[in-house]
Design a protein around this ligand. Sequence first.
Ligand SMILES: NC(=O)c1ccc[n+]([C@@H]2O[C@H](COP(=O)([O-])OP(=O)(O)OC[C@H]3O[C@@H](n4cnc5c(N)ncnc54)[C@H](OP(=O)(O)O)[C@@H]3O)[C@@H](O)[C@H]2O)c1
Length: 272
Amino acid sequence: MVAVDPMKEQRIVITGSSRGLGLALADEFLSRGCAVAVSGSSQASTEAAVRALKEKYPSARIEGIACDVRRLEEVERLWERARQLFGGVDHWINNAGVGQAMLPIWEIESEEMENITRTDILGVLYGARVAMRGMAEQGAGFIWFMEGHGSDGRIMKGLSVYGTAKRALRYLAAALAVEARGTGVAVGTLSPGIMITEFTMGRIDRSDAAVWQRTKRIFNILADKPETVASFLVPRILASHANGKHIAWLTGRKILVRFLAAPLLKRRVIEE
Ligand SMILES: NC(=O)c1ccc[n+]([C@@H]2O[C@H](COP(=O)([O-])OP(=O)(O)OC[C@H]3O[C@@H](n4cnc5c(N)ncnc54)[C@H](OP(=O)(O)O)[C@@H]3O)[C@@H](O)[C@H]2O)c1
């Protein structure tokens, strides 16, 4: 059991929340009366997200704190600013992440490899370190990790570097959950399935008509808008009180049902 009082306003930090799932999570937390620190890798992306959220929730506690997770000092600053502004942090969500070009390992540019490693592994380790130190001092809090392809060990051609990072993240979450015992801090993992965000759509090759048609068909069956996934994850995050919690949106059962129902439902998340 963890010593966060669910009756109090929950104070949330989300890395990589300037767009995509992070922004949708911020929106959902705000709609439920939480205080949220929104964070993109740059000042400009952070401010743009904060502006949009403030228009929607004018009286909410929304703070923009830019943080490039590849830099430890910026992650430390994110914690410290949020702690000062909110008086503490109840949920820290390690969401920031980058994907990869769909290529085999030996064709990936070394700069891209380095960026994925620094963002998706080192950035998450920094988040774990910083949030764990701060929350252990508070004697309470939740640290969440955003899983992705590879977390469960499945292999897909062209996603090996990203998959390596997301596989490591599941180990890290499990290890931290053990190390956190007795501190009042809980650790959990979030599995968001497949979403229509810049992360996925920005990388799809539409120049090959056959590949695009195949991708579109699969996405129309399995993918969701980030808002849909956020509305599933957030209430479960807020209701969580155990260490080692795993919250998954696109379960094996849901995948089966989606494929079976596909001919009848003709779901459309991508139109053209
Ligand atoms: N989309 C999917 O289908 C999918 C599936 C499974 C898991 N996920 C995971 O879900 C998370 C969010 O994905 P998404 O689809 O929402 O991606 P997205 O739309 O590309 O958004 C990525 C977010 O991460 C931030 N970011 C990137 N590099 C950063 C850095 N070095 N420091 C701080 N922030 C950084 C971006 O901020 P700036 O724009 O300010 O740089 C942006 O806010 C990722 O961890 C991803 O691996 C996504």
